[in-house]
Design a protein around this ligand. Structure first.
Ligand code: S3P
Length: 455
């Protein structure tokens, strides 16, 4: 599939974005390991989330049928088989998932390997839960996932007492779970996935488990656990002690990382849009600070809370010049998923923008530093990698052809950047957007972007 983007966008109105992938993974895991029934709404039919649901189904008892049905319906939606789109451009899937959990001790071994597809979050978070399950599990994934670093999660789980083997640091991950003991783990890399895995394991460990972050990262795991009554302490890191939670209910807020594409699109085209029902967790909104430094004015309104997560709207009023920006090393972890879209904006600034010490981008779904520099040049702009820094010369795009390299955020970032080009842009590998934002093109079209998806 490819996305064709033509110049001349004028975005208007209010849009919703699919549910937050990071939150959905965590709530699904918590629902499958709760004691009793949970009611989840707003799970996104995103391929990564489907990977978590189907892997959990394989190790669940009573929760299995519901998880399997949700995963297959959601999967059919992203493949476009009879899916429909509501007025906000969102795919309609049955919105309520009821999961009957039997507690963590209700998990059972799977004869098949657990396939995490393209999703590093599924693999790393599930490793944390399975480290305490007294059986053998094998976690695997697609070729991209099998190249990504897994020692970062295997090492702390081993130190807690689980047997975890990797294939030279990569998936497949072989886990022999068992009795765990609490540890104090100082993460060498700032990773919310690793923090989440260690905290999940800590729920079943003897004593206290503490995770110390070298730089702040998203805090969805501890927010959900706190809301469920777990003994979470935030002081010199995040600590947890043994705890078994009960069933719960929650509606997953819209994904702010997906909303970022709409905010950037409005800024680039000088339009105004509102994104409603979106997650407003402060650890996910650093991209708005960076955009503010680029001259973009946004208004954030918190309206309610869902399982410890603030939810509301983001409104953006475009029309001012985009300023060049420097993203500093210590803030990279807080904009890790938004660097591609911030780079898309930087292309349209007057002057050079710098993304410093962004080496973590090389071990995402693709090498995003390389892909961004190459893609920007392919669309008629100027950008270069300098070690692990990315420099983007402002001045806009003339048009051309770029490829996603199979990476969802690259496909969407290029499509958004292309809205400000003087000529037509074609983006190959556009189907990758379904990994986190099913219906991306339809949502952009509904907001007024001249984008088309072609086979
Ligand atoms: C995520 C954490 C981040 C992020 C990913 C989702 C999470 O990864 O890039 O998209 O849900 O915990 P790292 O923990 O590897 O930085």
């Amino acid at each position: 599939m490819q996305i064709i983007v033509r110049p001349g966008a004028d975005l208007r109105g209010e849009v919703s974005v699919p549910g937050d992938k990071s939150i959905a993974h965590r709530w699904l895991i918590l629902a499958a390991t709760a004691r009793g029934r949970s009611y989840l709404r707003g799970l996104p039919p995103a391929l990564d989330v489907i990977s978590t649901a189907s892997s959990l189904a394989a190790v669940s008892g009573r929760a299995r049928p519901a998880l399997e049905v949700w995963a297959s319906k959601a999967g059919a939606t992203v493949e476009g088989a009879g899916s429909t789109w509501n007025e906000h451009g969102l795919a309609e899937v049955s919105d309520l998932l009821e999961v009957e959990g039997e507690g963590r001790s209700g998990l059972r071994s799977s004869t098949a390997d657990l396939d995490c597809g393209n999703s590093g979050t599924s693999m790393r978070l599930l490793a944390g839960i399975l480290a305490a399950a007294p059986f053998r599990s094998v976690l695997t994934g697609d070729p991209s996932l099998r190249t990504r670093p897994m020692e970062r999660v295997a090492a702390p789980l081993r130190s807690m007492g689980a047997t975890v083997r990797t294939d030279d640091g990569h998936a497949p991950l072989f886990i022999e779970g068992g009795a765990l003991r609490g540890v104090r783990y100082v993460m060498p890399v700032a990773s919310a996935q690793v923090k989440g895995a260690v905290l999940f394991a800590g729920l079943a460990a003897e004593g206290t488990t503490t995770v110390v972050e070298p730089a702040p990262v998203r805090d969805h795991t501890e927010r959900a656990l706190e809301a469920l009554g777990a003994p979470i302490l935030r002081e010199d890191g995040v600590s947890v002690q043994a705890f078994q939670h009960d069933g719960f209910q929650g509606a997953v807020p819209g994904d702010p990382s997906s909303a970022a594409f709409l905010v950037a699109a409005a800024a680039i085209t000088g339009s105004s849009v509102g994104i409603i029902g979106v997650g407003l967790n402060p650890t996910r909104l650093r991209f708005l600070d960076v955009m503010r430094r680029m001259g973009v004015q946004t208004e954030v309104t918190v309206e309610r809370e869902e399982l410890g997560e603030p939810v509301g709207s983001i409104r953006v009023q475009g029309g001012t010049d985009i300023l060049p920006v420097r993203v500093e090393p210590q803030e990279v972890a807080l904009v890790i998923d938004e660097i591609p879209v911030l780079a898309a904006m930087a292309i349209h600034a007057r002057g050079d923008s710098w993304f410093l010490h962004a080496g973590e981008l090389r071990v995402k779904e693709s090498d995003r530093l390389f892909g961004l520099a190459a893609g920007i040049r392919a669309m008629g702009g100027e950008a270069a990698e300098e070690g692990d820094d990315l420099v983007i010369a402002g001045g806009g795009l003339t048009g051309g052809e770029a490829t996603s390299g199979g990476d969802h955020r690259m496909a969407m970032a290029f499509a958004v950047a292309a809205l400000g080009a003087t000529g037509e842009v074609t983006i190959g590998g556009a189907e990758a957007a379904d990994v986190s934002f099913p219906g991306f093109t339809q949502t952009m079209q509904a907001a007024g972007a001249p984008m088309e998806l072609e086979p």
